[in-house]
Design a protein around this ligand. Structure first.
Ligand SMILES: [Zn+2]
Length: 112
């Protein structure tokens, strides 16, 4: 509520400052992310993918002590958990990079 002397009206303006944490809704195109187009992959693409993925995986260091650990749910060794997480991430990126190099990908459509 502001009581300014300049205001000769018998109404009092109410000022409000809002700090709203809102996501901005844009009208621009969504940014395009190319994905593997498995349906467009030919046999030779799949063969190339298979070979490259095998090579990529062969280069990974297998965390044997973690993989061979028998304490499935009760393992207290933090290193086992850590190295398994790293191993999973490495396998995943081996797959992704092999796919990126050998398989056809979706292309961006014109945006209106
Ligand atoms: Zn363990």
């Amino acid at each position: 509520m502001s009581h300014e002397v300049d205001n000769t009206s018998d109404h009092e303006p109410i000022g409000l400052k809002l700090h709203v944490n809102a996501q901005q809704y844009g009208t621009q195109c969504r940014s395009f992310v190319s994905k593997v187009a498995w349906n467009k992959a030919k046999q030779q693409d799949l063969d190339a993918y298979s070979h490259l993925l095998r090579d990529n995986l062969a280069q990974l260091d297998v965390p044997y002590s973690a993989v061979m650990c028998r304490n499935l749910n009760y393992c207290k060794d933090d290193n086992h958990c850590c190295s398994l997480k790293e191993y999973i991430a490495a396998i995943s990126s081996a797959c992704l990079s092999a796919g990126k190099q050998t398989l056809p990908h979706t292309s961006a459509r014109a945006c209106n």
